[in-house]
Design a protein around this ligand. Structure first.
Ligand SMILES: Cc1cc2nc3c(=O)[nH]c(=O)nc-3n(C[C@H](O)[C@H](O)[C@H](O)COP(=O)(O)O)c2cc1C
Length: 344
């Protein structure tokens, strides 16, 4: 009852208003409204059922649907936690504040698989010092994944050392296509190896490495083995895919949305075969239906990340997926979501 009504309201709001506004305005309007919502009613959308809990690199997530990296505003992160995401990821934080790339830095695209986005955000964020102060206001109602992006291995180490006390898990972004130094890291596996070793020494918290879909050979040949060697705890596959987009200020950007999903599910299956149970795996990219979420978990993911679906499907998306997963658990006579993979 609650879900169909809330979904219908969002469809009207998104179809009638947000999707007709220029993207930058839509983003500002959507974020301003979300920030203004009272937190308590959002909690009624959370699905709290112990059967949905999953273990990601030793951390208990109350559900497998994670909000992927995009927001740094703690008022938004707090509301995302209240909505019932199993964990919430911060925007990738850089050492210094960054204004991001000039607008237009986000456009909607229609792909054969469904609605997507192409962004060249360029890490717009307040920088390490301001973010660390802001994070003190955030109660971790759900686990918080703090994402960082540096310009050198040493800078990653510094960011992790500074932010890890306020994180439940730390995510290393070596894969955003919009910042040359970060993107090119995936093409230099030796530097990634050095970075991972430095970061490992800087924290005992679980560390997630977020991979690029644009470097499959490097990932397979060198980066995943380096993650195993360095004692990294989890892989997130993955980030957006670099595409040319003449409407953007940078003339190229990162594609997100359901067009990514077939590669995500195949790669997650391969990664699980490679790493066995040694590493946690998050499947991110194009998970915008409950069926996709289920397929990603069956392929070997411990959890699913999503951002574009939060925009196109709305704030009820985690509820929709968590309820569908409970249905699948019941149908198959399982006790926990964690038994799902074994049941396939
Ligand atoms: C506007 C925008 C900003 C993003 N910023 C970040 C970021 O700072 N760090 C990061 O690791 N990923 C970032 N991402 C990528 C998402 O976290 C996610 O990996 C990607 O969008 C694929 O998932 P989706 O298809 O569910 O959106 C961003 C994506 C978008 C659309």
């Amino acid at each position: 009852m609650l879900l169909p009504l809330a979904e219908r309201l969002y469809r009207v709001f998104y179809g009638g208003l947000l999707s007709r506004l220029p993207e930058a305005t839509a983003l500002r309007v959507g974020q301003a409204l979300f920030r203004a919502l009272p937190v308590a009613p959002l909690r009624t959308l959370a699905v709290d059922d112990p059967r949905l809990a999953v273990n990601l690199a030793g951390v208990r997530l109350p559900g497998p649907v994670i909000l992927s990296s995009m927001y740094y505003d703690v008022r938004i992160l707090r509301r995302a936690m209240a909505l019932g995401f199993g964990a919430v990821t911060t925007k990738s934080i850089t050492a210094e504040p960054r204004p991001g790339h000039p607008e237009p830095n986000l456009v909607r695209v229609t792909t054969p698989a469904g609605p997507g986005l192409v962004n060249c955000n360029g890490f717009q964020n307040p920088g390490l010092d301001a973010f660390r102060t802001a994070l003190q206001q955030l109660h971790h109602e759900r686990p918080l994944i703090v994402s960082v992006a540096g310009e050198s291995p040493e800078e990653y180490r510094r960011l992790v050392a500074a932010l890890e006390p306020q994180a439940d898990l730390v995510e290393l972004n070596i894969s955003s296509p919009n910042t040359r130094l970060v993107y090119e890291l995936s093409g230099s596996p030796a530097r990634v190896g050095a970075l991972l070793r430095l970061v490992r020494e800087a924290t005992r918290k679980p560390v997630i490495l977020k991979l690029s879909p644009d470097y499959p050979d490097e990932n397979r040949r060198a980066i995943v083995p380096a993650a195993l060697d360095a004692g990294i705890d989890a892989l997130n596959f993955g980030n957006t895919r670099r595409v040319d987009e003449p409407r953007l200020s940078q003339r190229s950007g990162g594609l997100s949305g359901p067009e990514l999903f077939p590669t995500v599910v195949e790669t997650v299956r391969e990664l699980r075969r490679t790493v066995g149970s040694r590493l946690g795996i998050i499947a991110t990219g194009g998970v915008d239906t409950a069926a996709n979420a289920l397929a990603a978990l069956e392929a070997g993911a411990d959890a699913i990340g999503c951002f574009t679906a939060f925009v196109t499907r709305g704030p009820t998306f985690p509820r929709r997926v968590h309820l569908a997963l409970l249905g699948a658990i019941q149908e198959r006579g399982l006790r926990h979501l964690a038994d799902l993979r074994a049941s396939v």
